[in-house]
Ligand binder design. Structure first.
Ligand SMILES: NC(=O)c1ccc[n+]([C@@H]2O[C@H](COP(=O)([O-])OP(=O)(O)OC[C@H]3O[C@@H](n4cnc5c(N)ncnc54)[C@H](OP(=O)(O)O)[C@@H]3O)[C@@H](O)[C@H]2O)c1
Length: 335
């Protein structure tokens, strides 16, 4: 079968040239496993931290090996009692035409439930890891109260756009930060944020002033997908006992040297709480989140964008687009 493999470790910006599509041996399911024909592969910025040569928080991908990503597909062989041929599932598998998944050891594996699912591709986006990251990161980590101001970075992305809308559903004021006038306008016109900031070309001082201008009562919750200067600016705008949900740091995935932080003392001065999380640790609560997100999608309170590229050969170019500002929604590869 065909698979996307890592051709070289990126040092700095990742590009399509760091990936190749090659033939690899076909797979067979062993006892307790399922063989899945992949229909959609998820393009996730977090995979970038596995592409370097050094050990990260998960073992890095080796040159010549296929990548591992979330995939949605159809079971074509089952040696697991809970799954049947024809089931549609999400699981963490190879960036290839097929994957073998061991459901009992993979917290990111679940069967699509026709009663709650809105569309198969949504199981990798708004009703998948992206939507659930926003759901748990906001509601469980930050616990926003009605009337509070929630600031979101990476707000035009898959997680950020959902986080802002979920904040609105919970009675908060949502303010988003995005790159460029088109995306900033999209935040208020399409995703229903109360205000938007275009961060492009702004210094730390200018970004801080821009946040203060649109958050006159300060920021109670900062849902941060970006890190770096945007985190630094937000820290200077937080209210007493504010909460920072550290979801990701996409501004640093392609850089070797993160920028210095200037406003960390605000954590002391305003008794802030900064807390990270990983969505897979909520696996035992996924059913409830998928159902809630699906209900909001159906009743029109939660809107989303997909940006779908076709075929394994598009994987590398699509992946690079996660970091250059050209992604226009949840990025997927359709097989
Ligand atoms: N904690 C978890 O369990 C978990 C799970 C999933 C994802 N995440 C993290 O959540 C974050 C968002 O993921 P996503 O799936 O929403 O990705 P996405 O759809 O690609 O959105 C990411 C957004 O980040 C912005 N961005 C890209 N490069 C940037 C840079 N150098 N500086 C500032 N902004 C930049 C882009 O917006 P602009 O064009 O507006 O700049 C883009 O809209 C990532 O950091 C990811 O690693 C965490």
């Amino acid at each position: 079968m065909r698979a996307v493999i890592l051709a070289s470790h990126p040092h700095g910006p990742v590009s399509a040239a760091h990936f190749e599509v090659r033939d690899v041996p076909t797979l067979e399911a062993q006892e307790g496993q399922i063989l899945v024909r992949n229909m959609f592969l998820s393009l996730d910025p977090g995979v970038r931290v596995l592409l370097g040569a050094q050990e990260g928080y998960i073992a890095p991908i080796l040159v010549g090996d296929p990548l591992v990503t979330l995939a949605m597909g159809e079971v074509t062989e089952s040696r697991h009692l809970g799954f049947q041929v024809g089931d549609l599932i999400v699981g963490r598998g190879l960036t290839a035409e097929s994957s073998v998944i061991t459901p009992d050891v993979d917290p990111m594996c679940w069967k699509l439930d026709q009663a709650t699912m809105t569309a198969p591709s949504n199981s990798l986006g708004i009703q998948g890891a992206a939507g659930m990251t926003a759901y748990f990161g906001l509601l469980d980590v930050a616990k926003p109260q009605p009337g509070e101001t929630v600031l979101v970075s990476g707000a035009a992305g898959a997680v950020g756009s959902a986080a802002g809308q979920i904040a609105k559903i919970h009675g908060c004021r949502a303010v988003g930060i995005a790159g460029g006038p088109v995306k900033a306008k999209r935040l208020t016109k399409e995703f229903g944020f109360d205000a938007a900031i275009d961060y492009q070309g702004l210094s730390l001082a200018e970004l801080t002033a821009a946040v203060k201008a649109v958050c006159p009562d300060g920021v109670d919750v900062f849902f941060d997908n970006v890190g770096g200067t945007q985190l630094d600016a937000a820290l200077d705008c937080m209210n007493w006992k504010g909460r920072v949900t550290t979801c990701g740091m996409i501004s640093q995935y392609n850089t070797q040297v993160p920028p210095a932080m200037h406003n960390l003392f605000q954590v002391v001065a305003n008794a802030l709480r900064i807390e990270g999380f990983l969505v897979h640790t909520y696996a035992d609560q996924f059913d409830g989140a998928i159902a809630a997100l699906g209900e909001w999608v159906r009743d029109g309170r939660l809107v989303f964008r997909e940006d779908i590229v076709e075929g394994l050969d598009s994987f590398g170019g699509g992946f690079a687009r996660l970091f250059d500002g050209s992604a226009q929604g949840k990025m997927l590869v359709k097989l």
